[in-house]
Design a binder for this molecule. Structure first.
Ligand SMILES: [Fe+2]
Length: 200
């Protein structure tokens, strides 16, 4: 077999393996790429949310909040039940508790925002206050959280594989953020011996 034919045969075999894997649902998630891609999506949604609030468009802002609730539910859950625990050996328990505190603060702000937006209008004063809150207490989290990926290359393949599995599970269950916070979060933290730092 000539070199060129052998090259194409190998290429065909390689592509076939990938295709079969995808068809059988075996294709593996890259957990760090997914982690960062969620942050990018959330960043854009938060920028759109700030824009909608500035324009006092309560309907659009509420619609963005619903989408955020959907995407951040499995993301936060996965962080608390798997990802942060794997990274704890780098940043320590105190920082982990701080991150859980940040999650709690975002959930609290999320509930407040939904309540205000559900009234269907945003006053001038609310537009200013809400924009400041979204920037300082919500948008600040994806900025900080994405920085955790700095340690990703220090993880073992086994740890990455486990993270991929737990992310898949959290996404399949797909519990939105506010529902997860109400029904699952506190019990899951207790089970793992975790407590959140109370933030102002
Ligand atoms: Fe995150």
């Amino acid at each position: 077999m000539s070199y060129q034919i052998r090259y194409y045969v190998e290429k065909f075999k390689h592509n076939a393996v990938i295709l079969i894997g995808e068809v059988l649902g075996m294709s593996k998630l890259d957990p760090i790429a997914e982690f960062r891609s969620d942050h990018v999506k959330v960043r854009d949604m938060l920028l759109d949310l700030i824009d909608a609030v500035n324009k006092k468009d309560a309907t659009k802002a509420l619609e963005i909040m619903i989408r955020l609730d959907k995407i951040t539910g499995p993301h936060f859950r996965w962080e608390e039940e798997a990802l942060y625990l794997v990274f704890e050996r780098f940043f320590g328990r105190q920082y982990l508790e701080y991150l859980l505190g940040v999650h709690d603060r975002i959930i609290k702000r999320g509930r407040e925002l939904v309540e205000i937006l559900s009234k269907g209008e945003i006053t001038d004063e609310q537009a200013k206050t809400l924009t400041d809150i979204i920037r300082t207490e919500v948008l600040s989290h994806p900025i900080e959280c994405d920085g955790i990926a700095l340690f990703a290359e220090k993880l073992t393949q086994e740890e990455l594989d486990k993270l991929a599995e737990s992310l898949k599970k959290a996404r399949e269950e797909g519990v939105p953020l506010l529902e997860w916070a109400e029904k699952i979060k506190d019990a899951a933290r207790r089970e793992r011996g975790l407590k959140a730092k109370a933030l102002a």
